[in-house]
Design a protein around this ligand. Structure first.
Ligand SMILES: [Zn+2]
Length: 364
């Protein structure tokens, strides 16, 4: 590995992408999102179900699938994937969805009893029993369960604190112990405590619980590291919250581990400028930057190309059983100050101003 070059896998997979569309097509669309993913060198995206209407029935899944197929054809992309949303009472639909090859697994968002989801979405699980039942279902089909960990009761009392994330991770590990072998992805792990707990469960109990790391927790933190000072802080608001710098540094150190259960997901989650300012919604666009951030951190931290390939493709390919080529391509790394726009500028890009290493294809 030389300073200005990197070998990246032919197929890069993003475990976590919000492509909106339907009634939220004013934020972005499947077509626009996958176009941006492709520009960011992401070949395969697994799309999240907290759309409006949410993907919790086979009818909506089928409608979404049509949008995806149209984008695949237009953009010359391979098959993309979807996470099917779990709510209390739709386990029959979950099972039918899991039989479909492009459904990569189930997604759980926690939700308060008689209330709001912990994110801006409208879907979620309130009944505890639903969690182990969803685990049994995905295990039956060899698929995975992706979980947004943030405890609604703790959030109600104390806000979006670290404890809310960690207690939910602890709960998931407890349930996973009664469904041995179940494959779980803990989405957007943001703090030392959650990551340490998951590593402990992997090590001591051989549990297949993966840590999903997202570019924004590796680059930004609650101490405003790398924030663009010209932008309102709301553009750096996301769920789970950004944490203090020591958490970010710890998460970066995980990139160096030879651990097949650490993956990268963009959690690309665009909202329009107006919504951000008026409603304070949480979520950042990150499609274009995911690979550039990992390249920048790999060079800064002397992480070998082979490890980068595991993080961006092979680990997730194994967990989700998405077959990918193990070939790599050589890229030149170009240091650039980010000025990329999302959805033609409708979505303000909080990465603007960050100096990243963008891979550029070498012709010939
Ligand atoms: Zn998300």
């Amino acid at each position: 590995m030389t300073e200005n070059y990197i070998y990246l896998p032919e197929i890069i997979i993003d475990s976590h992408c919000h492509a909106r569309d339907f009634r939220q097509s004013y934020k972005t669309t499947v077509m626009q999102t996958l176009k941006e993913a492709k520009k960011g060198l992401i070949t395969i995206s697994a799309l999240m179900p907290n759309t409006d209407p949410p993907i919790i029935s086979l009818e909506v899944l089928s409608d979404y699938s049509k949008l995806i197929v149209a984008a695949e054809n237009e953009l010359d992309l391979p098959r993309q994937y979807v996470w099917f949303g779990v709510v209390d009472g739709n386990l029959k639909e979950c099972e039918e969805a899991l039989r479909l090859p492009f459904v990569v697994g189930l997604k759980i968002y926690p939700k308060k009893k008689k209330g709001q989801s912990v994110t801006t979405g409208i879907i979620g699980v309130t009944e505890e029993e639903t969690i182990p039942e969803a685990m049994r279902l995905v295990k039956k089909y060899g698929k995975a369960l992706a979980i947004h960990c943030d405890d609604p009761d703790i959030i109600l009392k104390k806000g979006y604190v670290i404890e809310a994330e960690v207690e939910y991770v602890r709960k998931i590990i407890r349930y996973a112990q009664i469904v041995p072998g179940v494959k779980i992805i803990i989405c957007h792990v943001s703090c030392v405590e959650s990551a340490s707990l998951i590593l402990w469960a992997q090590r001591e109990h051989h549990m297949k619980i993966a840590i999903e790391l997202c570019p924004h927790y590796l680059w930004f933190d609650s101490e405003k590291t790398n924030w663009n000072p010209n932008f309102d802080p709301v553009y750096y608001k996301c769920f789970n919250n950004l944490r203090p710098a020591r958490h970010r540094k710890y998460l970066i150190s995980l990139l160096k581990l030879n651990n097949r259960l650490i993956i990268i997901g963009s959690d690309n989650a665009p909202h329009t400028r107006e919504e951000k300012m008026e409603k304070g919604l949480g979520g950042l666009p990150t499609n274009h930057e995911m690979v550039a951030v990992i390249c920048a951190l790999a060079k800064q931290n002397k992480i070998p190309d082979g490890r980068v390939a595991q993080l961006l493709s092979y680990n997730l390919s194994d967990i989700l059983e998405i077959p990918v080529s193990r070939k790599t391509k050589k890229y030149r790394l170009e240091k650039m100050t980010d000025d990329i726009q999302y959805n033609n500028g409708k979505v303000l890009n909080p990465w603007n101003g960050s100096e990243l290493l963008f891979p550029v294809k070498i012709e010939g």
